[in-house]
Design a protein around this ligand. Structure first.
Ligand SMILES: [Zn+2]
Length: 371
């Protein structure tokens, strides 16, 4: 807690991470998430931050941000929730193994939060122009339903956004673009009938769902970054009944808004061949694409130069998964992947790379100083 060497004290980084990791915080448990947030808010208050609790469980901490200042602050996006249910620590405990540190929610993204606070402490109250606003979301892992408006509002008041989600696994590349993500549910209603006696009186919802699966997946354009996958299919009531009901759940990823609009229109316009089958569409684009813009690449170039000064090479990449950076990128230059290096997000082998972590804390510290 008193570390003053930027990223220099691995033991202190690990101690803080252990505190956050051992407070399990699944997206579905607001009380558990608030417990983690209370610890982080304590760290923020120790640094003199003004703190605010917003509707829905989001918290905002201002470091050196004055109410009527001319310069806009740096916005840093964090989230306190994880994909792991209560009890995960029992089968996936905190464990150090060589240069890897294992535990649920470490890489994504509690180590990113710890890195941020070590960077803020290293600034020793010498905040960058405009100060730093940290936004702590309670529900990033489920698409940020309660925090999205707060994130977009904070972005409109800021000059750049830095996201402390983890860098790309293995390469430790920063993230300068992310696909937009959407999910759709198609519910088919046909006509039930005896499959042996009166099949012609039935209209199969499953047949329609099968056609829709093939037609909609054919809309993918991998070369343009568009992927479409029917991940769930359900239907029918008994083997000898022409099925009246079927549902499809579709996962959609796009690299551009134009592709998002093309896919959305196609999904909504799809109609079954058999007019007796009706289809109802729910869902839509959850996160807009984070398109790699000039402002983001300029931020990345600053980060790369800092890494070079610190003695390591940095690369960047556009990735398929979304983050809250997807909400800020259409508004202000956004650089993502500034958290802790490691691997295994949402997987059993989730871990942080201890050999690489301090370098990335130093990088974040210098970036906050120079941006
Ligand atoms: Zn995350």
């Amino acid at each position: 807690m008193t570390n003053r060497t930027p990223g220099g004290d691995l033991a202190a980084l690990m101690a803080d991470l252990k505190v956050l990791t051992e407070l399990e915080s699944p997206s579905t448990d607001p009380v558990a998430i608030q417990r983690v947030m209370d610890v982080i808010e304590g760290w923020a208050r120790d640094l003199g931050a003004r703190t605010h609790a917003l509707g829905g469980g989001t918290r905002v901490f201002h470091f050196g941000v004055q109410p009527d200042q001319a310069e806009r602050p740096i916005l840093v996006l964090t989230h306190a929730d994880t994909v792991w249910p209560h009890g995960t620590l029992e089968r996936m405990p905190w464990r150090e193994d060589g240069d890897r540190l294992y535990g649920p929610g470490t890489y994504d993204m509690k180590a990113g939060i710890v890195a941020l606070f070590h960077a803020l402490r290293a600034l020793q109250g010498e905040w960058p122009r405009g100060g730093v606003t940290v936004l702590l979301s309670p529900d990033e892992e489920i698409g940020s339903p309660s925090s999205r408006d707060h994130i977009e509002q904070a972005a409109r008041a800021a000059r750049v956004a830095l996201v402390v989600e983890p860098p790309v696994a293995d390469t430790h590349a920063l993230k300068t673009g992310r696909k937009g993500t959407g999910t759709y549910t198609l519910t088919f209603t046909g006509v039930a009938s005896h499959a042996g006696n009166k099949p012609e009186e039935g209209a199969s919802a499953i047949t329609a769902a099968a056609h829709a699966t093939l037609d909609l997946q054919a809309l993918a354009r991998p070369e343009a970054g568009t992927t479409v996958s029917v991940g769930l299919i359900q239907g029918g009531s008994a083997v000898n009944v022409i099925p009246e009901r079927a549902t499809l759940d579709i996962d959609l990823r796009v690299s551009s808004l134009a592709e998002a609009e093309r896919l959305d229109a196609a999904v909504r316009a799809w109609t079954p061949q058999d007019p007796r089958v009706t289809v109802q569409v729910t869902g839509g684009l959850n996160r807009p694409p984070f398109e790699q813009g000039g402002g983001t690449l300029a931020l990345y170039e600053q980060a790369r130069a800092i890494a070079q000064d610190l003695g390591f090479d940095l690369t960047h990449a556009v990735v398929g998964g979304g983050s809250d950076g997807n909400f800020t990128a259409p508004i202000i230059p956004t650089l993502d992947g500034l958290g802790a290096p490691g691997d295994g997000a949402h997987a059993q082998h989730e871990h942080v790379r201890l050999d690489r972590w301090p370098d990335h804390v130093r990088l974040l510290t210098e970036l906050l100083r120079r941006v």
